[in-house]
Design a protein around this ligand. Structure first.
Ligand code: TGC
Ligand code: FAD
Length: 392
C-alpha cells in the first residue's frame, strides 16, 4: 500500500478532462494492480536484488505487454496515450516494473510486429503478450553504448543458417529471457535484427551482479559464440540503424510517461509526511522552505504531464519526431530524479529508509537517465535538430 491516500495524486491542471473514459479506466485498473501486487513486495525485492515473482505473467494479465499491438497478435490494440498511462502507473511502483513492460512491449514485440514475417509474428507475439515468453533487446555492447552504429557483433551467411558472433552488455532481462532481438552487422556491414532463442548452442546470458540501481530487475550480457541462427529468424523488413533506433522511439516515449509515476510517488509521499511530521511544534509543511520544494515538485510534474499528453497525441497521429521524443525523455527523467533526491530531504533521516520509496526511485532513475540514450545524447539530438549541425 502507498503511504499516502491515492486521491492526493496530482491533477493540478485538470488534465484528466482531456483523457477518455477508457484512459481513466485503464489507469485505475493498473493503479489498483500496482497497489496490490507491487507496493507490498517492492522494497524487499529491491533490497534483496531479486525480481518480483511471476512479474511478466502478471503484467500480461493486466494487458501491460504490447498494449498498442493489434489484438490479432495478442496485444490490446490501444492507443499511444493508453500505453503512456500504463507506463506511468507501473513506474509509480518501480522503474524495474516499467522496464520489464517497456522492453517486452517496445523493444521486443514492436520490432517483431513492425519488421517481422507473418510466421514470426504468429510464433512469438501472442506468447510475449501473455508473459509466457520473456524477451530481451540487444543493442549495447561493451565497447559501444551511445554509438551503436560502431557495433562489432556480426553474422555471416553459412548457406543453411547464419552464424552469429559477438557480445551485448547491460541487457535488461538477459538472464531470464526466452528470446532476444539482437542487432548485428551482416557481411556488408549493415545492421539487421535476429531473433535468438535460449538453448541455441553458443548462446550464454550471464547476470550482472551488484547493481545499486534497478535492483528489482535482472540485467546481464548476451554472448554469442558462433551461434547457428535459422534463416527464418532474421527480421526481414528492416536494414540499417533505423531498425533499432525506431524501437527506441517507442521505448523512450514510454519512459517519458513512466518517470512521471516515480515523481508522483515521491511527491505524494513527501506531501503526506510533511503534514504529519512536527518540528518546532508545527508540521514541517507549514515552513516556507518545505512548501517551496513541494510547490516546485507539483509544478514540474504538471509540466511533464502536459508534455507527454501532447507527445501522445502526436504519436497517435504518427507525427511525433525522434527529436520531440528525445526532448520529453530528457526533460522528464531529469525532473523525476531531481524530485526523488529533493523529496528525500523532506523526510530527513526517514528518507533513507526502505519503507519510503525515495532512495529506491532515485537510485533507479540513475539507470533511467543513462539507458535509452543518455541525458547528454538527448541534448545533442535536440541540438542537432534545431541547428542542423551534428555535434556527436
Ligand atoms: P545517424 O547517422 O544519425 O542515424 C543512422 C540511421 O538511423 C536513423 N535514425 C533514426 N531512425 C529512427 N528513429 C530514430 N530515433 C533515429 N535516429 C536516427 C537515421 O535517419 C539514419 O537512417 P539512414 O536511413 O540514413 O541510415 O546515427 P549515428 O550513428 O550518428 O547515431 C545517432 C545517435 C547517437 C542519436 C544514436 O545512435 C543514439 O540514439 N544513441 C544512443 C543509444 C541508445 O539509446 N541506446 C539504447 C540501448 S537500448 C536500452 O537502453 C534499453 S533499456 C530498457 C529498459 O530496461 O527499460
Ligand atoms: P557511453 O556511451 O560510454 O557514455 C559514457 C558518457 O559519455 C555518457 O555520459 C555519455 O553521455 C557521454 N558521451 C558519449 N558520447 C558522447 C558525445 N558524442 N558527446 C558528449 N558526451 C558523450 N542496452 C540495450 O541494448 N538493451 C537493454 O535492455 C539495456 N538495458 C539497460 C539496463 C540498465 C540497468 C543499464 C544501466 C543500461 C542498459 N542498456 C541497455 C545500455 C544503455 O542503453 C547504455 O548504458 C547507454 O546507451 C549508454 O552507453 P554506455 O553505458 O556505453 O555509455
Amino acid at each position: 500500500m502507498s503511504y499516502y491516500p491515492l486521491n492526493t495524486i496530482p491533477d493540478y491542471y485538470g488534465i484528466d478532462q482531456l483523457f477518455s473514459e477508457e484512459h481513466l479506466l485503464i489507469r485505475q485498473s493498473v493503479r489498483d494492480w500496482v497497489e496490490s501486487f507491487v507496493m507490498p513486495k517492492i522494497d524487499d525485492a529491491a533490497q534483496n536484488h531479486s525480481d518480483l515473482p511471476d512479474l511478466m505473467k502478471e503484467l500480461g494479465k493486466i494487458g501491460a505487454l504490447g498494449p498498442y499491438i493489434p489484438e490479432q497478435y495478442g496485444g490490446s490494440g490501444l492507443d499511444q496515450i493508453s500505453y503512456g498511462i500504463i507506463m506511468q502507473e507501473l513506474e509509480r511502483g518501480d522503474s524495474a516494473v516499467r522496464s520489464a513492460a517497456s522492453v517486452q512491449s517496445s523493444l521486443v514485440m514492436f520490432p517483431i510486429f513492425e519488421y517481422g514475417s507473418e510466421e514470426q509474428k504468429n510464433k512469438y507475439l501472442p506468447k510475449l503478450a501473455t508473459g509466457e515468453m520473456i524477451g530481451a533487446f540487444g543493442l549495447t555492447e561493451p565497447n559501444h553504448g551511445s554509438d551503436p552504429g560502431s557495433m562489432e557483433t556480426h553474422f555471416v551467411d553459412r548457406g543453411d543458417y547464419y552464424e552469429l558472433s559477438g557480445a551485448k552488455m547491460w541487457i535488461t532481462n538477459a538472464p531470464v529471457c526466452d528470446i532476444a532481438v539482437v542487432w548485428a552487422k551482416n557481411e556488408a556491414g549493415k545492421v539487421q535484427g535476429l531473433i535468438v532463442e535460449r538453448g541455441m548452442d553458443g548462446f550464454e546470458t550471464p547476470e550482472t551482479h551488484n547493481k545499486w540501481s534497478l535492483r528489482a530487475s535482472k540485467t546481464g550480457e548476451l554472448v554469442f559464440d558462433k551461434v547457428r541462427i535459422p534463416k527464418e529468424n532474421l527480421l526481414p523488413n528492416v536494414t540499417g540503424l533505423k531498425g533499432p533506433l525506431s524501437c527506441l522511439n517507442s521505448a523512450r516515449y514510454g519512459i517519458s510517461w513512466g518517470v512521471i509515476g516515480a515523481a508522483i510517488d515521491c511527491y505524494c509521499t513527501a506531501l503526506q509526511y510533511s503534514k504529519e511530521r512536527l518540528q518546532f511544534g508545527k508540521p514541517i509543511a507549514s515552513y516556507q522552505l518545505q512548501q517551496k520544494k513541494l510547490a516546485e515538485f507539483v509544478t514540474e510534474i504538471t509540466k511533464a504531464q502536459l508534455l507527454c499528453l501532447q507527445l501522445g497525441r502526436l504519436k497517435n497521429d504518427h507525427n511525433a519526431t525522434p527529436a520531440q521524443i528525445s526532448m520529453a525523455k530528457r526533460n522528464n527523467v531529469k525532473m523525476a530524479i531531481e524530485i526523488a533526491r529533493e523529496s528525500r530531504q523532506v523526510l530527513g533521516g526517514m528518507g533513507i529508509m526502505g519503507e519510503f520509496p525515495m532512495m529506491r526511485h532515485a537510485a533507479n532513475l540513475e539507470s533511467v537517465i543513462t539507458y535509452e540514450g543518455t541525458h547528454d545524447v538527448h541534448l545533442l539530438i535536440t541540438g542537432m535538430d534545431i541547428t542542423g549541425i551534428n555535434a556527436f
